[in-house]
Design a protein around this ligand. Sequence first.
Ligand SMILES: Cc1ncc(COP(=O)(O)O)c(C=O)c1O
Length: 396
Amino acid sequence: MLEILQPLPEDPLLGVMAAYRRDPDPRKVDLGVGVYKTEAGDTPIPAAITAAMERSAASQKTKVYVGQGGNERFNRAMLELAFGAAHAAVQDGRAAALQAPGGCGALRLGAELVNIARPGATLHLSNPTWANHVPLLSNAGLKIATYPYFDRATGGVDAAAMLTHLETLPAGDLVLLHGCCHNPTGADLSRAEWDAVAEVLARRGLVPFVDIAYQGLGDGLEADAYGVRLMADRLPEVIVAVSCSKNFGLYRERTGATFVISPTAERTGNAMGQLRKIARGMYSMPPDHGAELVALVWEDAALRQQWMEELEAMRVRVEELRGLLVSGLKALRGDVDYSFVQRQKGMFSLLPLNTTQIQRLRDEHHIYMPGDGRINVAGISRRNVEYVAQSLAAVI
Ligand SMILES: Cc1ncc(COP(=O)(O)O)c(C=O)c1O
């Protein structure tokens, strides 16, 4: 049976990471990997999560199965984090959450649900988008299309092109929106642009599917929820996928959730029943550990405060690095305008570099990034930001 299978080509990002590890040069910089890093280059467990682990270890008496919906305290926490506890849709049960194995699992569950409700529906993704969106969502049976999003000339969103395109889509299609910290570009919609997108979606009967994997890493926890809250306020139906990988530092614990928002609690309840059935058919139920830690942090005022401060420190660090990179480059190359890097949000920026420039950065300067020029700003540090700016100045 297996003899018919051919080896697959290596994931290009894994190749970049392997080349970085092999490089003995002490100046080497890894801007490829998509995880938060400290000044020392580590991806630590937040102290609030470590405290929750200790509490959980001391108090947990059983590992008996949780239900198919996962940890219900976690589900409640996720809704409160995204919408606020007082949000009408949360209060009256029109919004509900199902724990999922990470943001990827949440996206896939949402796509499977859509494909049951509307088989073979078309889901429109931003151009560009996170590469894994395509297999995660299309493997559920959805058709994938794209809408214009990024303006390479300004490093921002081409909102006019996006809105014009959305006006042409047939009612019933779905539109995937990055809740904040767009991956790979770092270019986010402004509030006015979110408002305009919500207006077009509502008027044309399009359904938003919001992927929010970086809440708290753009402008802050509340500000980053603007888009997802707006969609819940203005649109009758919304699907949301959330991830705790980055903001709670729980990457390998596979902690996320799928939300459904509909006009009635009954309809939402029916959708949740379908989601539980989908989960049962794929993996039965999600892993509990990460969800229990998030619930413990969220329910304890002191731990929640500590986590919020730790997250804010991560956000501020990335924002500061963006500023240092832009000013460093400006001082060396007055003819080059990279000020868009400062305006972009979250961990990623898509730099307008060509293949030769990216290769030169790697071969001559030991700076590693994937072939599309997406950098993880958190991979820079105060110590090497000057070197990164000098290297960019040399190849641009
Ligand atoms: C845009 C986006 N969505 C979702 C995810 C899912 O993350 P995870 O499955 O690790 O929670 C990621 C992770 O990189 C992402 O960048």
